[in-house]
Design a protein around this ligand. Structure first.
Ligand SMILES: Nc1ncnc2c1ncn2[C@@H]1O[C@H](COP(=O)(O)OP(=O)(O)OP(=O)(O)O)[C@@H](O)[C@H]1O
Ligand SMILES: [Mg+2]
Length: 490
């Protein structure tokens, strides 16, 4: 099933290519807008990562500073309130002595009470062993102090930050969030300025702080930034997609329209040239043809007297000149179409007249006529005579296309917008798909005696009426012509 000249299926591949070529610059814009969206999304993710990384750094620095101050204070307190009294009273430090251990424990817990500290551990300087810890299980363990311990022994306070978990942890996809900060500072002898001399490092104090809560907050912030920016991106994407698809549609329609107009213009130019030529030739033929005809008529009369029985020879000349004259008139009609004179009228009225005119021919060929003309059909702007001719040409083709069991259906109906639609359906031979685009072209004919101007003339007339013509045909099954006349504007 193929559509008529002005329907989408009539678009040949060249035409499609032209439209696509017209859309190319727009496709570039589309590509650019989507790629820039992707770039923005990547930048947003990087930005969210940078922000959370910065927040983590600030949190770490603050807590480290805090731990260092606390450790310094612990150092002072333990030295003054534990180391010195222990040396004086017991002659040295022996944490295996429960009395000494409890004294130290009391001091450490007193200093760290109320502060968010998880544990305090003191390492020995002579041996990598834990001398004291607020976590009793750790006391006495050897070799636990790692690189940070050795660094602190050399007099350099330092920290170890361990954390696990990402944005995915909040959603429960990966491991739980955990974060801890361990600060190591040298445990020094505290001397007054006046006492002078170098500092003696007696061990290492380790302060452990659990920062899981803070770290989880930072990850949540990162998650929120990603979610908000993804949401904004998604909205932007949808808006962009909507704009791009609408713009694409508009541009495609315009490209098609432009192409249609160009084609129309080209065809009009070609037809104008052709028309001039045809008009000149037809005009030159018409006058001598008239003379040939009248001469033959005279001859016919004379021959009947001079050579009775041979009049039919002259009759042949007369008949053929009449046929030739009809063709010439058709050529002239096409080349110089008469000016249309529009009046409000009903398509039904014209249809009834044409059907009346062709009814003897329908009877002769035993073609069944099914007419369904809706009485409430709105009026259209019509040149009654020209519209009659257009309709006649279409109907004649339908008749010529049918043989036995011919059935011709003619119907009218109205559309909601006030347009009138006329449909002519035949069950004739149909039109081959490769020919359907050409049937409206002048001189296209597959009939031995056809001029190929019938539909070209009809099309001109219908175009002048502002009508849309669509043709659907299936070879071997028949053809449908649909004519849509625009509503009358008041
Ligand atoms: N209803 C139809 N069924 C089948 N083929 C059709 C039909 N209408 C038109 N055609 C095809 O379109 C061609 C062009 O039609 P058109 O009326 O322009 O010229 P024609 O009928 O061949 O000659 P004429 O100038 O005598 O009308 C026809 O030759 C025919 O092949
Ligand atoms: Mg015809």
């Amino acid at each position: 099933m193929i559509k008529g000249e002005k329907t989408a299926s009539a678009l040949d591949s060249v035409r499609k290519q032209k439209v696509l070529a017209g859309l190319e610059p727009f496709k570039l814009v589309e590509y650019f807008s989507f790629s820039s969206l992707a770039v923005i999304l990547v930048f947003t993710l990087i930005l969210s990562w940078l922000i959370s990384e910065n927040a983590r750094k600030v949190m770490l620095e603050q807590n480290e500073e805090y731990s260092l101050l606390l450790a310094e204070n612990l150092n002072q307190q333990v030295f003054r309130r534990f180391v010195l009294p222990a040396v004086i009273r017991h002659g040295g430090i022996a944490l295996r002595n429960p009395e000494q251990f409890e004294l130290l424990d009391g001091i450490v817990k007193g200093v760290t009470q109320g502060l968010k500290i998880d544990s305090v551990t003191i390492y020995d300087s002579s041996k990598n062993i834990i001398s004291y810890s607020t976590l009793p299980d750790l006391v006495g363990k050897e070799g636990v102090g790692a690189a940070e311990y050795h660094k602190a022994l050399k007099g350099a306070p330092n920290s170890r930050f361990t954390y696990s978990g990402t944005v995915l942890s909040i959603m429960g996809i990966t491991t739980e969030v955990s974060c801890e900060l361990k600060t190591f500072i040298p445990f020094r002898q505290v001397r007054k300025e006046s006492e002078g001399g170098g500092e003696l490092i007696m061990g290492v104090i380790e302060i452990e702080k659990d920062l899981t809560g803070n770290y989880a907050n930072i990850i949540r912030l990162q998650g929120r930034i990603i979610m908000v920016s993804s949401g904004v991106m998604a909205i932007l994407f949808l808006v962009l997609r909507f704009i791009v698809s609408r713009a694409g549609g508009i541009i495609e329609r315009r490209a098609l329209e432009r192409l249609r107009l160009e084609e129309k213009l080209n065809q009009a130019e070609r037809l104008a040239h052709l028309g001039t030529m045809v008009a000149t030739v037809s005009h030159e033929i018409k006058s001598p043809l008239g003379i040939v005809r009248s001469t033959a008529e005279i001859l016919e009369k004379r021959i009947s007297k001079l050579a009775p029985g041979s009049e039919h020879l002259a009759r042949i000349v007369v008949d053929e000149t009449i046929r030739l004259n009809n063709i010439v008139v058709e050529f002239l009609d096409f080349a110089r179409p008469p000016k249309a004179n529009f009046l409000r009228g009903s398509v039904n009225g014209v249809a009834v007249k044409v059907l009346d005119f062709i009814s003897p021919e329908l009877k002769r060929q035993r073609i069944e006529l099914v007419a369904d003309l809706k009485p409430d059909l709105p009026e259209s702007n019509l040149d009654l005579e020209l519209f009659y001719r257009a309709l006649l040409n279409i109907l004649m083709n339908a008749i010529q296309a049918m043989h036995e069991n011919g059935k011709l259906q003619v119907s009218t109906r109205s559309l909601a917008d006030g347009a009138a639609v006329l449909q002519i359906i035949d069950n004739g031979v149909g039109i081959a798909p490769e020919k359907i685009d050409q049937i409206f072209l002048p001189f296209f004919s597959d009939k031995s005696k056809g001029t190929g101007l019938g539909l070209a003339i009809a099309k001109n007339i219908l175009d002048n009426h502002g009508a849309e013509v669509a043709v659907e045909s299936t070879e071997g099954h028949g053809t449908t012509f649909t004519i849509k006349l625009p509503p009358v504007m008041d």
